[in-house]
Design a protein around this ligand. Sequence first.
Ligand code: NAP
Length: 283
Amino acid sequence: MDTASLTGKDLAAAINSDTAKRAAALADAGAAPTLALVVANDDSASTWYVNSLRRAAKKLGIECDRIDLGAYASAARIRSELTARSADPAVDAIMLQTPLPAGVTLDDVSSAIDARKDVDGVSPLSLGLLAAGLDGFVPATSEAVVELLVHHEIPLEGRTVTVVGRSNIVGKPLAQLLLAKNATVTVAHSRTADLAAATSAAEIVVAAAGRIGLVTGEHVNEGAIVIDVGTNESADGSIVGDVDAATVTGKAAGLSPVPGGVGPVTTALLMRHVVVAAENARG
Ligand code: NAP
């Protein structure tokens, strides 16, 4: 079977074109939209990601302010920075970069982000709104998976989907978004007894575990759609996904590439959220 490459580049370009126009309109009306990127690590992958977000923001006319708290910042220090930026009318949007310092979890600090500025949907309020089916910002990566499927005209209503991974920033919010699209959703995780049984029962498989090559041809049914969320650094420094593309290609009907699949759509949606936050703040 031919396996279509479910790329995200065209979709990201279309989203970015709309975002750039809206950012320019905001700038013409007074001030460009502003994103505060709060960083508390010295992780190389995170630094690479933060720099790529800053480049993306600049291209779209979004001001991006990096606030570096250092890799040893306490939970109290991070919370106080997030509280101050939440109260600052010059800041439209806040994103807290992970990983956090050793001993600090996202749960310790994320409630300090005002939900109106929480463009990556990580605060308990944002996650609760999503679970309740109410309006709020949703985590951009989860939203990117759904947008990518819709863009490639893959129906979700009534289909079976297995999501591999149950983190608060990818797997769980994705399950909620898929339910809202009337899919029948299974969420697998590290304690799932038979991962291959859970994934091969599904028409659509989303791999979001952060494990190189976890999902192989043995895990997917002939004709399934496979979305690879994983962005893992391989031994040679390149970025690879969670899916073993060599064995899944030829068996699946579609597979999203890494890089070039979910990633560019995630960045585009984050930037769109920044513009939406700015539009909301300015009425
Ligand atoms: P995470 O917090 O480490 O969560 C990983 C999840 O995968 C956990 O729920 C874990 O189960 C599950 N898991 C781990 N090993 C497994 C196994 N052998 N079998 C089944 N499930 C397993 O990671 P995350 O933040 O959700 O990120 C997941 C991946 O997405 C990473 O590669 C990350 O880099 C990538 N990511 C990509 C983007 C993008 O824009 N493309 C954005 C964000 C993240 P337990 O809950 O039982 O531990």
